[in-house]
Design a protein around this ligand. Structure first.
Ligand code: PMP
Length: 284
């Protein structure tokens, strides 16, 4: 596999980053993950917009313009003959003498991209749905910034797996679900309303979330943007999560208790189909 590192396309075994890179020492960096369907990029423009916002919130210098970043995505897709899968992009503050203070402004940020070939559309999990387990949300208070500081979500996912679930739903101090470890969370109420938490510093502003809310409204589904509790989720008709890699993924149990019929529900299946159709159509 060919990867991109700071201006060069190299075999993954040849790729090098300094041990002094602040991404390695301080998790001082941000990332994006873009889906590829039929060799084309899904939702590329909003991913770039969010990258710009993450960079600016952390006063990270921009490593390249949008046009150049797009051409790197294209080049990697071609070189690796990627038809379906993901492109991971990471920007870190670069290599500097270890110090909590940011390095001088002329320090070059590091830019790394790599591809992951992966079936996204026809996955077993999308047919059966996934099980989630709740864990307290112990992350920092700026979850809206897409940083590479992912240790707590990893711990949460391992805790969920230890309980026999596939993923964790993180819960705030008031008992309301914030989001999944790497996805946004939704329920469908008995009245057929789609409920998902409002945007704030508590969750990542998902690109798939924005697209799915818009598609749901276009489908005539009532969308309520508000927090929901674990208790409300247990009694929901349906639940699902969204992300660039999972699209719309049905959730069929929470803490071992079945949600609805225990199989992917009609809202989840319909929104998944509509989202994939739109993603295929608008990919560039
Ligand atoms: N929340 C978190 C914590 C995430 O890590 C992700 C995916 N990186 C998402 C939500 C979903 O965001 P998107 O739809 O942009 O992939």
């Amino acid at each position: 596999r060919t990867v991109y590192v700071n201006g060069s396309y190299v075999a993954q075994e040849e790729a090098k980053i300094s041990v002094f890179d602040r991404g390695f020492l301080f998790a001082d960096g941000v990332y994006e993950v873009t889906a590829v369907l039929g060799g084309k990029l899904v939702d590329f423009a909003p991913h770039m917009q969010r990258l710009r916002r993450s960079l600016s919130e952390l006063a990270l210098p921009s490593p390249a313009g949008d046009e150049e970043i797009l051409s790197i995505h294209r080049e990697l897709t071609e070189r690796n003959r990627l038809v379906e899968g993901l492109i991971y992009l990471q920007v870190t503050r670069g290599a500097a003498e270890r110090d909590f203070a940011y390095p001088p402004e002329d320090t070059k940020p590091s830019l790394v991209l790599f591809t992951q070939a992966k079936t996204l559309r026809e996955t077993p999990a999308s047919k059966t749905g996934i099980a989630v387990a709740t864990v307290p949300d112990l992350r920092w208070k700026r979850c809206d910034i897409k940083t590479v500081q992912l240790l707590y979500p990893s711990m949460a996912k391992m805790a969920a797996k230890a309980k026999g679930a596939d993923d964790a739903w993180m819960v705030d101090e008031d008992g309301f679900v914030t989001e999944g470890t790497s996805n946004n969370a939704y329920i469908v109420t008995g009245q057929g309303k789609l409920v998902t938490r409002h945007l704030s510093h508590d969750i990542l502003h998902g690109i798939t979330r924005a697209a799915v809310i818009q598609l749901a409204e276009a489908e005539g589904i009532d969308v309520e943007i508000r927090p929901f509790s674990v208790e409300e989720a247990r009694q929901a008709r349906e639940a699902f999560v969204t992300s660039a890699s999972g699209f719309v993924m049905p959730v069929v149990s929470i803490d071992g208790e079945t949600i609805g019929t225990g199989t992917p529900g009609t809202f989840s299946r319909r929104l998944r189909a509509v989202y994939i159709a739109e993603a295929e159509k608008s990919a560039i």
